[in-house]
Ligand binder design. Sequence first.
Ligand code: NAD
Length: 334
Amino acid sequence: MQRPPVLVTGGAGYIGSHAVLALVDRGWPVCVIDNLVTGFRFAVPEGVTLYEGDIEDAALLARIFAEQQIGAIMHFAGSVVVPESVENPLKYYGNNTAKTRALIEAAVKAGVPHFIFSSTAATYGIPEVSPVTEDSPKQPINPYGMSKLMTEFMLADTARAHPMNYCALRYFNVAGADPQARTGQSTAGATHLIKVAVEAALGKRESVGVFGTDFDTPDGTGVRDYIHVTDLAEAHVLALEALVAEPTRSLTMNCGYGRGFSVLEVLDAVDRVTNRTIDRRLQGRRAGDPDALISDNSRIKSTLPWVPRYADLDVIVGHALAWERKLGEIRGEG
Ligand SMILES: NC(=O)c1ccc[n+]([C@@H]2O[C@H](COP(=O)([O-])OP(=O)(O)OC[C@H]3O[C@@H](n4cnc5c(N)ncnc54)[C@H](O)[C@@H]3O)[C@@H](O)[C@H]2O)c1
């Protein structure tokens, strides 16, 4: 298969930096654009060009497309904190929707034929039926989810009007880190449960909040479908290969394992893997948290040759822990 250079937006961030590694590992030429608002220069591997800039900078994009002969875009850049999107919706419609529109426009102008987009299970809102299929109603309950759904609409219309195909991947709960600890989640004050729990296990936090103990689930805490970030990155590369192989077909697929763990099950796994007992603070529910959010992943499994390698919860936790330790060394923490 011909492997045109790929531009990874947000490639200095958590998921984008894993996608860069997955592309490099499979022999794809790669470069990154990132404005480093939440990303880190150290997350971009040596030998990969980092353009420090914004995805709405049309002149910079035109230069990158020409200089690097870009043949595909993997678009991770965005703002990702759901509660912040409720307080500051225009930031999300700006950074996630309007700036992605500018990026798509630049891509169309330059004739970039393939586009892969980080979408989210938040596009479903509170699903009535679980597991959730791609055809389930899309009813986001926050501006974050809506900003991503609007981007999916833009891509669908653009692919109908221009010679571009796209893949929207709707991620469930992304967790873990590169098995070789080359990158991981580095954002300070992150809110993802597994990240927060390993921080607590390493003494970087005092406790972990458990938000809601009266959900309609076996132990009363919320159930989520945690996907290892390296399996997710692999899915992106396979999706890209599918777009290249069939340039008139676009795809929208859930990314999850199709099974869920409760908050308490996750914390038990962290206790088990770290051999500590994390302090759990039982609190009330947060607004808008569904009982369970689990993917139906039959579409991605029947469309791509995707075989997850790191689905084991203890493995996910172990990799997150190894990265958290490495991050402590990078930052010179005790
Ligand atoms: N983490 C999850 O569980 C999850 C779930 C569903 C979807 N997603 C999506 O995956 C993508 C990546 O998320 P992440 O968790 O890696 O977040 P992240 O904050 O670690 O990464 C985002 C990256 O984009 C960069 N960026 C942001 N705005 C930019 C702009 N205007 N121009 C250039 N660079 C910009 C940031 O500096 C950062 O490096 C996001 O689009 C997010 O919505 C994440």
